[in-house]
Design a protein around this ligand. Sequence first.
Ligand code: IMP
Length: 198
Amino acid sequence: MDKIKEILIGTNNVGKYKEICDLLPKTVKKYSLKEFKISSPEETGNSFKENSFIKASYFSKKTNLICLSDDSGLKIDLLGGLPGIYSSRWSGEKNNFNLAIKKVFKEMQKAKEDWRSDDNKASFVCCLTIFWPNGKKFSSEGIINGKISPKKIGTNGFGYDPIFIPKGYKNTFGEMSPKLKMSIDHRYKAFLKIKNFF
Ligand code: IMP
């Protein structure tokens, strides 16, 4: 198998872009969507896998480069798996996470008034898809289990990081060093399954 030597990182999310670049070997040349001024396609799929495929194929076709795209999100058991594939638009305003986190707390309270005094379950899921200009594709999924923190803590990371506590840890992703988060999270676990392409 020919190793991938250059790749387009198919995301307009700065937090994801940074994590994906850091996971890939330094020797791989990385292109960003900024260099091509391409905005993201509509995510019309019903799963993380479908949406990551929509993005990777769209960006690859636009640039004629091999593209790696991520679709990911937070699933909360008490909310029946929401926000899930709607994570980035959960607040109604795309990528407004102050609002989205407020909505998470509000909806959890509605579902179970005393949720803070009990254990709850949540997970982050990530699907990575590589799409080649010749139509070849490969997808992998990574999951990290944990729970929702009773309050927002920490300023590291992005998105829902300040309210997610991974299983086996006491701190939120927002409190962890980026290095620690990146060595245990859903994106890392999905990456382990595609790393041999690089
Ligand atoms: P999308 O995959 O672009 O639809 O967006 C996924 C959304 O899920 C992001 O905008 C974040 O809100 C959330 N998300 C995915 N991965 C992470 C993570 O590692 N930390 C925090 N939030 C995340």
